[in-house]
Design a protein around this ligand. Sequence first.
Ligand code: E4P
Length: 216
Amino acid sequence: MKLYIDSANLDEIRDLAWLVDGVTTNPSLVAREKVPFEETIARICELVDGPVSAEVMSLVADDMVREGRALARIHPNVVIKVPMTEEGMKAVQALSADKVRTNVTLVFSANQALVAAKCGASFVSPFVGRVDDVGGGGMDMVSDILDVLQNYVFPTEVIVASVRHPRHVFEAAALGAEIATVPHAILKQLFRHPLTDAGIERFLKDWKAAKPPASA
Ligand code: E4P
């Protein structure tokens, strides 16, 4: 199970660069940082040695391909994030023919994931949180996608995205998803358990009570 950080914030990425296997960004996350897009992507690639997703903003295939090729020139680890549309899938086909890796984003059904995989997507990103937000079953969607993709030999890895809480990470791992992309605050929560904190406190207290003071 690979963990990516879902962030365009350099401080957050630097903080957990030692842990994560890759980075996903999206236009909303990049816009928040107020740093030119290409510069942000280049700096992220210096911090993390793994796939770094950068999203195209065009909606027409030829323009997406042009944009994607330019982004791919920033660093060999850049993966081109393409929205799950008909034009997007033409772009994914063209980019994968050029050996440029793609991450198909805004996936909300197993059929969308299947089409993306058939077009040569390296990654598909089902957005579990956004499905849960509207009362759906985000993890049921992931389970369906994994079932469908595992029936065939696709080069496509599933990135569980739009993660809202640690339970989503556990469920993604339990289902066998290859990757979860997780916001910084939720990655931090993965280390923690109240009984771990209480255990450390008790061990320290007992140790200090029994141990003779160190000699001067
Ligand atoms: C994934 O690649 C997206 O950047 C992200 O997970 C979207 O999450 P959100 O629904 O919290 O915006």
